[in-house]
Ligand binder design. Structure first.
Ligand code: SF4
Length: 359
């Protein structure tokens, strides 16, 4: 286990140390770990205990993050560590995010080794995903820097539950992000994620108005919990009024997992309904996710309706953008980061072994 010093913390008058990475503000005595389990008070300062350790590496399609408007069709080297700063009862990745077994099989990988692997696998980006990079802030930043020095982009997949100073530092090193907006009700965040809505909305506003980071939003639609017309209408209305019409929104299907095994899968019709509500509110790029849906997975020109990028699953089936990312039919720009030609990675998932394995 590799432990490194960190700087986002405050020594309190009672001798405890407050972690200032996320709004949870864990106040820790010497030897205690935070709620995320990977940041700890060691000797009167907060350290990160998972620097250089990963739960595994895989080359994925960028669409799987999901990002549909950032170098479509390109491969992204993806990894995570362990732990999480939220406590979602519906977690879809709980074997990693809830892991307190840091001595289970883990890849050891320095930022440089990850950049080497990204280059070797011809990945266009590296993604901090599987669990939330907010909690492995220093490792993610150093890895982003090592990759960006080689022209490889850095992508964060996160719940956006982070305090302002850490947020500012983190996103100065990122090129793209997918922010998980779990619902649009404080009660939902409080009861099902043990968190709060407002800091996530702040992150979205921050990204839009104070950075050049390309970002998209994912909303996991859970039957009976965040899928009402009213909530979807309010959420997508807020997105358009606060962030503008160009931020893509992915409505993703829930599968019963972790502490919510009694809730059914999200029907495809619910995702289609959510997508229609979003489009009706002026969201230009709304998608269904985690289901095979050619229409809901494809990108359309908001001006003339031409299908710009056809998708079946993670495979691109059509490309009607010109070299400047404009609609071939009417010339309207499509929001996003595009190159003249789409990538050809397809739906493959390729595990990658990087460093020494330890148990
Ligand atoms: S990052 Fe971890 S230790 Fe720090 S405040 Fe959040 S949950 Fe607590």
């Amino acid at each position: 286990m590799t432990t490194v010093a960190t700087k986002h913390w405050t020594l309190l008058e009672d001798g405890r140390v407050r972690c200032d990475i996320c709004p949870r503000e864990c106040k820790l005595r010497d030897g205690q770990r935070g709620m995320c389990f990977v940041r700890a008070n060691e000797g009167g300062e907060i350290v990160l205990t998972t620097y250089g350790r990963s739960s595994g590496f895989c080359v994925d399609p960028i669409e799987k993050k999901p990002l549909n408007h950032f170098l479509p069709g390109s491969p992204v080297l993806s990894f995570g560590t362990a732990g999480c700063n939220l406590a979602c009862k519906f977690c879809q990745n709980w074997d990693i995010s809830k892991s307190r077994e840091m001595d289970r099989l883990m890849d050891e990988a320095s930022p440089e080794a990850i950049a080497d692997a990204a280059e070797r696998t011809r990945s266009r980006s590296v993604a901090f995903t599987y669990n939330d990079p907010t909690i492995f802030h220093e490792y993610a930043i150093d890895t982003a820097d090592a990759c960006r020095e080689r022209g490889i982009h850095a992508v964060a997949v996160t719940a956006g539950y982070v305090k302002p100073a850490a947020r500012e530092e983190f996103y100065a090193h990122m090129d793209a992000a997918n922010i998980d907006l779990k619902g649009f009700r404080e009660e939902f965040y409080h009861q099902l994620s043990a968190a709060h809505l407002e800091p996530v909305l702040d992150t979205l506003r921050y990204l839009k108005h104070e950075t050049d980071v390309w970002f998209e939003i994912t909303n996991l639609v859970i039957p009976g919990h965040n899928d009402s017309d009213t909530e979807l209408d309010e959420m997508t209305g807020w997105i358009v009024s606060e962030l503008g019409p160009d931020v893509p929104v992915h409505f993703s299907a829930f599968h019963p997992d972790y502490k919510m095994k009694d809730v059914p899968h999200t029907p495809r019709s619910t995702l289609t309904r959510a997508r229609r509500i979003a489009l009706g509110n002026g969201v230009r790029y709304a998608y269904t996710g985690n289901v095979l849906d050619g229409e809901g997975g494809s990108t359309y020109c908001h001006a003339c309706g031409t299908r710009l990028i056809g998708r079946v699953g993670y495979d691109l089936t059509e490309w009607r953008l010109d070299g400047q990312g404009r609609c071939e039919a009417c010339g309207e720009p499509c929001a996003g980061v595009f190159e003249a030609e789409p990538g050809t990675w397809g739906g493959r998932r390729q595990p990658v072994r990087i460093g020494a394995q330890s148990r």
